[in-house]
Write a protein that binds this ligand. Structure first.
Ligand code: AMP
Ligand code: MN
Ligand code: MN
Ligand code: MN
Length: 283
């Protein structure tokens, strides 16, 4: 178990639990410091903060920004951000606005594959109409009996090369990191093990990320294997990036890892939080 979990989702994006429920679940699991990092959205933080105060959890304001770089989607976490910062808020609003048009294109693509009504279906599963994404389409397809579970829907329909996948232009990497820094946060590259890249391409990305002001990478993540953890601990040391850890929890039954369900960072890594005041008080 980890007392710190810096990556999870609520119903404000594609999680299954409301922000307050996520925080209460974290507290019940013994997590002391939690970052709520909804996709392209900070609207759950106020509710999460109120719940955190009630149950003695330290909440870190977070967000997970969708980025396109070289035609590839990357996710960048902003941790310790001020959600009211105008530049960040405007940037995120722009991404969310583009999600509707993307959803419409996805529905057209799925219709061609014989699946009708998916736009309305996806929105029916999105409690925040501003933040619709592939997970909501996946839940609709499961609920309507087309596919047995969310993971299978992704495999069959929603990843690159499959009938319901459409390419999309998210934020630029420099813009996303710039918004995070301007809003007082630290930029962390989320789940680097998920990106299809060779070692040379990964080094290029990490150097660019750092050069743009990025602080760290997720070494421990719900979507990382044991091998990934070792590999990215090595990159973090080699490139002098700090190491972060988060479950990427989306809710009961849909996640590989529960909140705080991971071991400590490997030795030799500098934790992202090594100079955070809140950590001295808590740990
Ligand atoms: P979107 O931002 O709309 O493209 O949705 C991305 C989200 O889909 C991720 O944050 C995950 O929650 C989910 N996702 C992506 N790939 C998979 C997968 N292979 N299996 C299950 N969920 C996935
Ligand atoms: Mn997600
Ligand atoms: Mn992600
Ligand atoms: Mn995530």
């Amino acid at each position: 178990m980890s007392l710190i979990d810096l990556h999870c989702h609520s119903t404000r994006s594609d999680g299954l639990l409301a922000p307050a429920e996520v925080v209460r679940h974290a507290a019940a699991r013994g997590v002391k410091v939690l970052a709520l990092t909804d996709h392209d959205e900070t609207g759950g933080l106020a509710e999460a903060r109120a719940a955190a105060q009630e149950c003695g959890v330290t909440l870190v304001n977070g967000v997970e920004i969708s980025v396109t770089r070289n035609n590839q989607t990357l996710h960048v976490l902003g941790l310790g951000i001020d959600p009211e910062h105008a530049g960040l808020a405007q940037g995120l609003a722009g991404i969310r606005a583009s999600r509707r048009a993307r959803a419409e294109r996805m529905a057209v693509a799925l219709e061609k594959a014989g699946i009708r009504g998916s736009l309305e279906g996806a929105y029916a599963h999105a409690s925040n109409p501003d933040m619709v994404g592939r997970t909501h389409f996946a839940r609709f397809l499961v609920a309507s009996g087309v596919v047995k579970d969310v993971r299978s829907v992704f495999k069959k329909y929603l990843v690159s090369g499959k009938p319901g996948y459409v390419s999309h232009q998210w934020a630029g990497l420099a813009d996303a990191i710039g918004w995070i820094i301007a809003a007082g946060g630290m930029a962390v590259l989320a789940h680097p093990g998920r990106y299809k890249m060779n070692a040379k391409q990964m080094r290029l990305l990490l150097r660019e990320f750092k050069g743009l002001g990025g602080t760290g990478i997720e070494v421990v993540s719900g979507s990382h294997t044991v091998e990934h953890v070792a590999i990215f601990a090595r990159y973090a040391r080699e490139l002098d990036l700090r190491a972060s850890g988060g479950s990427d929890y989306h809710g009961p039954g849909e996640s590989y890892m529960d909140l705080g369900g991971f071991a400590a960072l490997p030795p030799g890594c500098t934790p992202l939080w090594h100079d955070w005041d809140v950590m001295r008080a808590v740990l």
